[in-house]
Design a protein around this ligand. Structure first.
Ligand code: HOZ
Length: 432
């Protein structure tokens, strides 16, 4: 089964042409494989746990289109629902009953959300939630954490994770100082640093936003007491707590990190899974706060394709599939087998590693760790990760092309897929 001689001629041709057409040849930076070396592969189709490239090679996929494909790619029930919806048109730009259905599902699932607004991406959701935080509290400053990524809006491009971390960019040119002057940062898992920021900026901080489990600096879990501490501090200072659950929502539990850890934020952002593979984001929270959003209130935010019927349909069907009994038990079982297997094999083959999983989200750093924050994550041997990534890819395993991205499994991954992945990993890790 182990394939070490894949040909990627067509991928290379297409990607070479793409470089003249689009910056870096891609529509999103991390896809260019800059930090892992080698050429990206160009996809032709996806199904279940697998992707096929334009040269006909098949890979077991642990990127899952960066999170949405939790039921597996192109799930037949999602595709069938989309076919039916397609017959009714692709966009209304007006209210549809489908929005009510998905809104109710989100409100039922996510404890902090009493009202929700649909947008088109996680970036949009975070931009909008920031405006709302500021409007509600009448304060401008926010606290974010180093290595956390909340989309590419100016105000969040401070010590941001994901592509910014992958490419080692300090901050992006084009972001005016004024746009980030109210963005305060602290190391993840460092409550004392957050306390100090609140003390230095008394009555000026609108709120704290974080990925409750970091996925954009690699996979980093919150230390015991960290989320509780943030909840207490924000209450104490009249500030809002915002969970960016674009990655963790409906992934680490049906009700996201807030269900998993039993901490209820004031506001939540969502994306990825709730669009079932179509472009969707959302933000929601307490009714009192959400009632400030236009046209119910004065905080403006809008979008031509927001609430798009195809995206709502894919989201509804995906959440229906996730509601089936045993879903999260299965995701935990296979992902734990993968994550613990990878760590064990890496250790047996002489590599210092750390990592783990929560449900269908996982990661492994090439440092013996522990990794509590972005500074720790940066100690990972990224050159070694690059060689590991390339070795896995050449043997039919598609991992996120960056040490600073989490891995995602799905309901479509079988025990056999995991076994095959671990066998390949043993081969690759032994050769590094
Ligand atoms: N920044 C997202 C992942 N953390 C999306 C990456 C992509 O789609 O290329």
């Amino acid at each position: 089964m182990v394939n070490t001689t894949i040909k990627t001629t067509k991928s290379q041709e297409i990607f070479a042409a793409a470089q003249n057409l689009m910056p870096g040849g891609v529509s999103s930076p991390v896809r260019a494989f800059k930090s892992v070396g080698g050429q990206p592969i160009v996809f032709e189709r996806v199904n279940g746990a697998y992707i096929w490239d334009v040269d006909g090679n098949q890979y077991i996929d642990y990127v899952g289109t960066w999170g949405p494909a939790i039921c597996g790619h192109a799930h037949p029930e999602v595709i069938a629902a989309l076919h039916t919806a397609l017959e009714k048109g692709t966009s209304f730009g007006a209210p549809s009953f489908l929005e009510n259905v998905l809104a109710e599902m989100v409100i039922d699932a996510v404890k902090s959300i009493e009202m929700v607004r649909f947008v088109n991406s996680g970036t949009e959701a975070c931009m909008a939630v920031l405006r709302l935080m500021r409007a509600f509290t009448k304060r401008d400053k926010i606290i974010k954490f180093e290595g956390c990524y909340h989309g590419h809006a100016d105000m969040f491009l401070v010590k941001a994770g994901s592509g910014v971390a992958t490419l080692g960019l300090p901050d992006s040119p084009g972001v005016p100082k004024a746009a980030t002057s109210d963005t305060l940062t602290a190391p993840f898992n460092d409550l004392e640093a957050v306390k100090a920021l609140f003390a230095e900026n008394r009555d000026e901080i609108a709120g704290v936003i974080l990925e409750p489990v970091v996925g954009n600096a690699g996979f980093i879990t919150p230390d015991a007491g960290f989320l509780e501490g943030l909840r207490e501090l924000t209450h104490e200072h009249g500030a809002l707590l915002v969970f960016d659950e674009v990655m963790t929502g409906f992934r680490i539990a049906y009700g996201g990190a807030q269900e998993k850890f039993g901490i209820t934020p004031d506001l939540t952002t969502l994306g990825k899974i709730i669009g079932g593979g179509l472009p969707v984001g959302a933000y929601g929270g307490r009714r009192e706060i959400m009632s400030m959003v236009a046209p119910a209130g004065p905080v403006y935010q809008a979008g031509t394709l927001s609430g798009n019927p195809l995206a709502m349909t894919a989201g509804i069907k995906t959440l229906e599939l996730l509601q089936k009994p045993g879903t999260y038990e299965y995701l935990e079982r296979i992902t734990q087998k993968l994550a613990t297997g990878l760590l064990q094999i890496a250790q047996e083959t002489g590599h210092g590693v750390c990592g783990g999983n929560i449900s269908a989200m996982f990661g492994m750093f090439f440092t013996s760790g522990p990794v509590h924050n972005y500074e720790d994550a940066k100690k990972s041997d990224t050159a070694k990760f690059g060689r590991f990534h390339r070795g896995m890819l050449e043997r039919g395993i598609y991992l996120a092309p960056s040490q600073f991205e989490a891995g995602f499994s799905s309901l479509a991954h079988t025990e056999e897929d995991i076994d095959q992945t671990l066998a390949v990993a043993r081969d690759v890790l032994s050769s590094l």
